[in-house]
Write a protein that binds this ligand. Structure first.
Ligand SMILES: Cc1ncc(COP(=O)(O)O)c(C=O)c1O
Length: 413
C-alpha cells in the first residue's frame, strides 16, 4: 500500500491549517474523503441533480440508474446475494433503529447484546424494554474479549434478536462473528451486527458470516456524510417494518389502508440523499481498489508502533485489549491527571492532532467500568509512521508533565 500516493487523493492532507498539515486521527468518527468521492458527489449536482424513482424525465432516469449502480456496488462490497438486500439510510443509527424497532418484538421476547454497545443499539433496546421485552447483556471477559461461554448462557429459546457491536468504537476489538451467528441461529434467533467500525477496514462477507442484518456508516468508510446502510437477508427483509412512512415506500394507498413496497424501497421513505448514495459507489470502489486486507494490516502496523511507544510510559493507561493486533486502528487511552478533553485539545493546539475524547456515545462501557472517558486516536489508510511518532512523542511529554505517580507504569483499564 503506497500511503504517500494515497494521501494525494485527500485535499485536506495536502493543505495546511495554520501552517501545519493536520494529523487526522479521528477516522472512527468520520474518515476523510478522497477526491474520487467528492467528485462523484459533485457530478450528481452538476450533471443529474434530480430525484430517483419518481419522475420519468431523463435526469431522473439517470439518477435512478446511478443509485441502482451504487446499490449493486455496495452489495458486491459486502458480498450480498442481491442488490435489493441493501437499503440506504442516513447513518448507522437509522439503520440499527430500523431493524431493532421493525423486527416485531413482543412482550416476553428477549434481546441479547454486549456490554460495550454504542448508544445507537443500547438506547433503542432500552425503549423496547419499556414494552416488556427482556434484554440480556453479555459481560466481556477480563482481558476485554468477547466471552462466548457467557453469550451461550444468555441465550434461551425466547431470544429473538442478538444485536451486537461487531467492532467496538471504544477499544477496536472485533467479536468472533461467525461463532456468534452459529450460536444465535441454533436458538432460532436472528443476528444484527453493528458493523459501523468493521466495514471500513475488514472484509465482510455477509453470506459467509450467515448474518441476518448488518449496519454500516458510509462516512466511516470514505463515503459522503449522511449516508448509512443496512443489509437484510432477502427471505426476511420484508418482515421488517419501516421506521418512517409517507412519500415513496408504498405500492398503493387508499383511505383505509396502504400496501408497502418490498425491501429496500419500503425503508427509503421520502426524498433521499442521492449525491451521498452516488458517492458511496465511488467510496466502495476506492476501498476495494486498495484492498481491505491491506487497510487492516496498515492500521495494525501503526497501532503496534503507537502501543509499543506508549505502553510502558508512566501515567498512561490503554483501554483493553492490550494486544494491538486485536484493536485494529483504535488506540484509546488516558493520561493520569488530565481529562480526555484536555488531552485532545492540547494535542490539537500543539501538534495539529485531531482526535476524539469523551465517552464516544458508549456511556455504559465507561459507567460499568468506572472510567470517566478516554481520548481516542483512530487510524486509517492515510496515516503514516511519522504522524504516529509525532503523536507518541507529544503524548509521552504530556504524561511526564502531568504524571502523579510513577508506580502506574503500564497500567491498563
Ligand atoms: C460502533 C458504532 N455504532 C454506531 C455508530 C453510529 O453511527 P452513525 O453516526 O453513522 O449513526 C457509531 C458511530 O460512531 C459507531 O462507532
Amino acid at each position: 500500500m503506497d500511503v504517500e500516493k494515497l494521501r494525494k487523493d485527500f485535499l485536506i492532507l495536502n493543505k495546511t491549517v495554520e501552517g501545519k498539515v493536520p494529523i487526522y486521527f479521528d477516522s472512527a468518527c468520520q474518515t476523510l474523503r478522497p477526491n474520487q468521492v467528492t467528485n462523484a458527489v459533485r457530478e450528481y449536482y452538476d450533471s443529474f441533480p434530480s430525484c430517483a424513482g419518481r419522475s420519468v424525465h431523463r435526469l431522473a432516469t439517470e439518477v435512478s440508474l446511478r443509485c441502482d449502480q451504487a446499490r449493486t456496488a455496495v452489495a458486491d462490497f459486502f458480498n450480498a446475494e442481491a442488490p435489493t438486500e441493501i437499503a440506504f439510510t442516513k447513518n448507522s443509527t437509522e439503520a440499527l433503529n430500523t431493524v431493532i424497532f421493525g423486527s416485531g418484538l413482543k412482550k416476553g421476547d428477549e434481546i441479547v447484546t454486549t456490554d460495550y454497545e454504542h448508544n445507537s443499539v443500547h438506547v433503542p433496546v432500552l425503549q423496547l424494554m419499556n414494552l416488556g421485552i427482556k434484554r440480556k447483556v453479555v459481560p466481556s471477559a477480563v482481558d476485554g474479549s468477547f466471552d462466548l461461554e457467557a453469550f451461550e448462557k444468555a441465550m434461551t429459546k425466547k431470544t429473538r434478536l442478538v444485536a451486537m457491536c461487531m467492532t467496538s468504537n471504544v477499544t477496536g476489538y472485533t467479536l468472533p462473528a461467525r461463532e456468534v451467528v452459529q450460536i444465535a441461529h441454533s436458538y432460532g434467533a436472528k443476528v444484527l451486527f453493528d458493523a459501523a467500525q468493521t466495514a471500513p477496514s475488514q472484509k465482510l462477507d455477509v453470506q459467509a458470516l450467515g448474518v441476518d442484518y448488518l449496519a454500516a456508516s458510509g462516512h466511516k468508510m470514505c463515503g459522503p456524510s449522511g449516508v448509512g446502510l443496512f443489509y437484510s437477508r432477502s427471505e426476511i427483509s420484508d418482515r421488517i417494518a419501516p421506521l418512517m412512512y409517507g412519500g415513496h415506500g408504498v405500492a398503493d394507498v387508499n383511505y383505509a389502508s396502504f400496501k408497502l413496497l418490498p425491501a429496500p424501497e419500503r425503508f427509503e421513505t421520502g426524498l433521499q440523499n442521492y449525491s451521498g448514495i452516488v458517492g458511496m459507489e465511488a467510496a466502495v470502489d476506492y476501498l476495494k481498489a486498495i484492498g481491505l486486507d491491506e487497510i487492516k494490516s496498515h492500521e495494525i502496523a501503526l497501532n503496534k508502533r503507537m502501543t509499543k511507544a506508549l505502553l510502558d510510559v508512566p501515567g498512561i493507561s490503554i483501554l483493553k485489549p492490550s494486544d494491538p493486533n486485536l484493536r485494529g486502528g483504535i488506540f484509546s487511552f488516558n493520561i493520569q491527571g488530565l481529562s480526555p478533553h484536555d488531552v485532545a485539545m492540547i494535542l490539537d493546539n500543539s501538534k495539529n492532532v485531531m482526535m476524539r475524547s469523551g465517552m464516544h456515545c458508549c456511556h455504559t462501557y465507561f459507567h460499568s467500568r468506572g472510567i470517566e472517558g478516554c481520548a481516542r486516536a483512530s487510524l486509517y489508510l492515510y496515516n503514516t509512521k511519522e504522524e504516529v511518532d509525532i503523536f507518541t512523542k507529544a503524548v509521552e511529554e504530556l504524561s511526564t508533565r502531568f504524571d502523579k505517580s510513577v508506580e502506574l507504569r503500564g497500567r491498563e483499564h
